[in-house]
Design a protein around this ligand. Structure first.
Ligand code: A3P
Length: 292
């Protein structure tokens, strides 16, 4: 892997009303026709909301230490991805030997392959407050050559507001999935801020949603193993083996904090953002915390 050449940065384009890059549409026929199973667990997020965190928690809950000998992006296939440097997400998922299969997606709810709904697969959605999510995405785009050029922070923030980001608008994503939760009972909607506040409590919440009986000791051990510093040191979770990322610019496990937005937003940007937020979120009941 390390000998692979870094690809040049892709262009953003409209795909069924959602901004995308070709890495997530090149394999669309297979994504659309993907055969989900009733025991699949889909981990769905807007990028940078805590996908890797929850993926690793679920991997440990189901497979324990057996599940830790391969990087997380091999254990938990990224469904719509088609990066060429590793097999496509559908190919990885089709060949996963584990049961249940853990599968990751960043797709907005309306683009999720229909067999997940037909099979009534369980879905864990993770959402993160818009301000921290934007900051995290900005740093990710700086270091990840598979993303369009982010520009400076202000340019980036304006694109985030307009939904001109890979996987589209944060506002549509979190509210679309929140809506779905009202009618699809096999969906658990988690918040990054809750995970940061009390990881053990959220692990318990996950266990109860998934019908897993784990001992207090097991849960405590998992909770310890998934703290930010542990995952940052862990080669299986820190993405250090993926050549499209330049850790000299910014590490994948960057800060892991709630409220880092305060180090990025100017007073004017914050006021503008709060105004936009009010308008764009006026028709949804989902509520976020920007500090804990
Ligand atoms: P920051 O850039 O704010 O540090 P995703 O996995 O969806 O790409 O999200 C990545 C974000 O989640 C990064 O945020 C990363 O540091 C954070 N993260 C990953 N594991 C974490 C953990 N165990 N605790 C807290 N934050 C974590």
């Amino acid at each position: 892997l390390s000998s692979m050449k870094l690809p040049s940065r892709p262009e953003l384009f409209d795909f069924e009303g959602v901004s995308m890059v070709h890495y997530f549409t090149d394999n669309w026929e297979n994504v659309k026709n993907f055969q989900a199973r009733p025991d699949d667990i889909l981990i769905a997020t807007y990028p940078k909301a805590g996908t890797t965190w929850v993926s690793y928690i679920l991997n440990l809950l189901y497979f324990g230490k057996d599940g830790t000998s391969e990087p997380i992006y091999m254990r938990v296939p990224f469904l719509e991805s088609c990066f060429k440097v590793i097999p496509s997400g559908t190919e990885l998922a089709d060949n996963l030997p584990t049961s249940p299969r853990l599968i990751k997606t960043h797709l907005p709810v309306q683009l999720v392959p229909k067999s997940f709904w037909e099979q009534k697969s369980r879905i864990v959605y993770v959402a993160r407050n818009a301000k921290d999510n934007a900051v995290s995405y900005f740093h990710f785009d700086r270091m990840n050559m598979a993303e369009p050029e982010p520009g400076d922070w202000n340019t980036y923030l304006q694109k985030f507001i307009e939904g001109k980001k890979v996987f589209g608008s944060w506002f549509d994503h979190v509210s679309g999935w929140w809506e779905k939760k009202q009618t699809y009972s096999n969906l658990l909607y988690l918040f990054y801020e809750d995970l940061a506040e009390d990881t053990g409590r959220e692990v318990e919440r996950l266990c109860s949603f998934l019908g897993l009986s784990t001992s207090v000791e097991e849960r405590e051990e998992i909770t310890k193993g998934v703290q930010f510093d542990a995952m940052k040191q862990n080669k299986m979770t820190n993405y250090s083996s993926l050549p499209v990322m330049d850790f000299k610019i910014s590490p994948f496990m960057r800060k892991g904090k709630v409220g880092d937005w305060k180090n990025h937003f100017t007073v004017a940007q914050n006021e503008q953002f709060d105004e936009v937020y009010k308008k764009k979120m006026k028709n949804t009941t989902v509520k976020f915390r920007t500090e804990i």
